[in-house]
Design a binder for this molecule. Sequence first.
Ligand code: UDP
Length: 464
Amino acid sequence: MAVAAVHVLVFPWPLQGHINTFVPLSTALVNSGVHVTFLHTEHNFRRVRCTEAAPRLRYLSVPDGLPDDHPRSVGDIFTLMESMWTMGSAAYRTLLLSLLFPGSGEFPPVTCVVADGIMTFAIDIAEELGVPALAFRTASANSFSAYLAVPRLLELGETPLPVDEPVHGVPGMEGFLRRRDLPRLAPAADGHPTESETAADVHPFLLTVAKGIAHCGRARALVLNTPASLEGSALAHISPHMRDVFAIGPLHAMSSVPAPAASLWREDDGCVAWLDGHTDRSVVYVSLGSLTHISHEEFTEFLFGLLGTGYPFLWVLRPDMVGAAEKEALRGAIGDGSKVRVVDWAPQRDVLRHRAVGCFLTHSGWNSTMESILEGVPMVCWPFFADQHINSRFVHAVWRAGLDMKDMCDRSTVRSMVTEVMESSEIRESVQALAQRVQRDVATGGSSDNEFKRLVGFITELST
Ligand code: UDP
């Protein structure tokens, strides 16, 4: 089949980190000559203002089943899942069915689906309708490998707990992985699970997530947004469980044409100009991603820890992240504010690329981790849930690209770790060496570039 007749429906899980990975995937597919229909939820479709599409790229939407003002945050993730599995999946089935026949303008019928591996229903429905489906997981391969090992971990009694006990059940990670580094999907209401989180509480949940991960083995292939040079060992352990695996990241660095903006919040335009006024590697960039929430106490510890370093900092505090009390405390603490800039949402990739940024205080989401590594910016990690704990462990103990605060959040830890990372030439050199490796992966002829070309060939063949 000619590539021009290939039409891929891509369907991300409707959260920012997932959308941010699917957008450059779509751009790269479109640049290869493929048609792409990008499926948003109606709620997100309105927020990202999808008006400008490139040739061969269009946006469509399905309802997620929730009222527009319903929070779609991590505390409410189960409501979103439930409604996506009912209302969302029904609307997706109807839409996909309608796209299987000629007649939707310049677009040929859909020949393949690339759906977020979280949405097992999207894979099953596509295959049921005779459309080959690939699962795309946007978290790290290391976390995927750890979830695959859940049955073994349960046998060994090695469930996630905030303790230092070593874990032996995840292949290739013996020796440095501890129970506190295992991925957790259920954040406690206030963010971090506590010592009292019992194994009995986590078993059913872990098993459900592990089942979802294993389900990717039913898809025609698993696609991961990761480069082989970073996660080669996990990829080798995942491979025998899947029909095929494509490691094609970091996607945002792979396309020569920039991907369209896909932020659910309005980016602050002044960040880069503010950074321009600072000397090289003098600023700390602080962002905890699109979903995290922090308590008043954690906010206060961060604030005074950061102020204690003496470095200027740029802090992303989403409007849903803090309340009036925190804003008041912030105003009181930062004085004339010349050394501090607080924004609702930043153009993160531009910020990390800026010469003035010396350190990234991050929640260790997989996109943020790769964006930081790609730009050679060392990290201080404060993980919350999902793959973040295992990512932060790798950043600290394996890649030597930063320090892992893990579940400690007091002002003296914030101050000392940020200061150490800002000043350590060893950590900086180590992350810069990683950056060079990853840049080679995404360059023409690199492992991710080759895997992406193989993916286009694979999709074209499936589409015949
Ligand atoms: N991001 C951004 N501006 C911000 C904060 C985050 O553009 O102020 C982007 C960031 O570049 C990344 C994504 O939001 O691509 C967050 O994804 P990640 O996987 O790091 O974390 P999540 O939000 O899914 O927890």
